[in-house]
Design a protein around this ligand. Structure first.
Ligand SMILES: Nc1ncnc2c1ncn2[C@@H]1O[C@H](COP(=O)(O)OP(=O)(O)OP(=O)(O)O)[C@@H](O)[C@H]1O
Ligand SMILES: [Mg+2]
Length: 377
């Protein structure tokens, strides 16, 4: 009984004018829900609606008004979460030209950040491949958002660091334009930048020291030990203090008129077979497995921090994975290692058949667009 009382789930979801949906209302299964249907019917949009209720924003489009159904003036996205035996109503209303309304049990938040982490979700989607394909900024964002969900001090340091960095860069530029160099002016900024930067580095390092082994374990399990991949934290601060980094690069920074080194250049390196770049040398299935291991490690970390599993949103998870890898993930669900889970698939029968065989309790919804989006069990 105690175990069930601790579990969190979304029991109801209702949407008005959210993306391609007119008006839908769904009672959800506390275990597994499948959203099934053809391309473009709105399966991923439903997962994004759930993501919205957790993170107060879309995973895919950070401009709120662009998530309103085309031609309509507003959207309303509501969910009922069950947490430790209590019900919580989460309301998100977006109207063109006005401020977003976000409420818990009819009460507005003073700051949206207060909501994040209350009803955690982890989304695994094909769009995660950007983490591999794009620049380091996205990977730092992934790392920062994961740490700052549970460490307000880290987020405050990060905001302050970025302000100081802008300030330092503007000062370098001004000095270059004026042709005069005032070391005292930089020193005041550098002192604070070093303090915040060193703290951010230490927090990232401590976090990744715990996180990376969990990731490695998931990757080994998904791939059935068949290949070696590595996730590494790369930072200039591994080899130098922040103070030395700034002084060693001062002449260069003056020439460039920006700060060339610091924690704003940190990265997560993704490698396969020793030292080969995952982006260039791994197959699509290997890349996908890497991302799933990364997200499952995120899942484990949140679960540890909260004391209960987050909701897991699996978008197109079965595409490009072989049967062994698919069955590993389904077994995680079957063995009760996961919390409430949402799965999308284009095939109406494949996932329900496997879930039935594994004896997993689930609901299946057929998602249809047709102007008037309808959902059938
Ligand atoms: N603001 C919006 N207003 C109306 N329709 C929208 C809006 N944003 C997206 N859409 C529509 O939503 C549909 C895409 O939905 P979604 O990505 O959820 O599809 P899907 O079922 O996941 O498809 P796939 O199987 O290809 O992944 C597209 O037809 C798109 O035009
Ligand atoms: Mg989709």
């Amino acid at each position: 009984m105690l175990i069930f009382a601790l579990v969190m789930n979304l029991s109801h979801l209702s949407l008005i004018n959210f993306k391609n949906f007119d008006d839908i209302s769904l009672d959800l299964n506390p275990s597994v829900n499948c959203f099934l249907g053809n391309n473009g019917e709105g399966k991923t949009n439903l997962l994004d609606a759930i993501y919205y209720l957790s993170y107060t924003k879309s995973y895919f489009n950070s401009i709120d008004s662009q998530n309103i159904k085309f031609g309509e003036p507003f959207f309303v996205n509501q969910g009922v979460f069950e947490l430790k035996g209590e019900l919580f109503n989460v309301y998100c209303g977006v109207k063109k030209g006005t401020k977003k309304q976000f409420k818990l049990n009819k009460k507005n938040y003073a700051k949206l950040a207060e909501h994040i982490g209350k009803f955690p979700v982890v989304l695994i989607t094909p769009y995660d491949s950007n983490l591999i394909l794009e620049g380091s900024e996205l990977r730092r964002k992934f790392l920062d958002s994961l740490i700052s969900q549970f460490d307000r001090g880290y987020l405050d340091d990060l905001i302050r660091y970025n302000k100081l960095l802008n300030n330092r860069n503007a000062t370098l530029k001004q000095m270059a334009e004026r042709g005069s160099f005032n070391p005292d002016l930089l020193e005041v900024i550098d002192f604070q930048l070093m303090e915040k930067g060193t703290r951010i580095y230490n927090t990232r390092k401590d976090f990744l020291d715990d996180f990376i082994p969990v990731f490695n374990q998931f990757y080994r399990d998904i791939s059935n030990q068949s290949e070696q991949v590595d996730l590494n934290y790369s930072s200039a601060l591994h080899h130098s203090s922040f103070e030395k980094l700034l002084s060693d690069n001062l002449e260069r920074d003056r020439r460039l008129t920006y700060t060339s080194q610091g924690i704003h250049k940190d990265d997560l390196e993704f490698k396969i077979m020793g030292d080969y770049s995952l982006k260039k040398f791994a197959s699509q299935g290997q890349q996908k497995s890497f991302l799933i291991a990364l997200k499952l490690a995120q899942f484990e970390y949140i679960k540890q921090q909260k004391g209960f599993p987050p909701i897991l949103l699996l978008d197109d998870i079965f595409d490009k994975l072989d049967d062994n890898r698919v069955s590993y993930i389904l077994k995680l669900i079957a063995n009760n290692n996961l919390g409430q889970t949402f799965i999308t698939d284009t095939n109406l029968t494949k996932v329900p058949t496997i879930l039935k065989d594994l004896g997993i309790n689930f609901s299946a919804f057929e998602v249809k667009n047709n102007n008037h989006a309808s959902i059938k069990v």
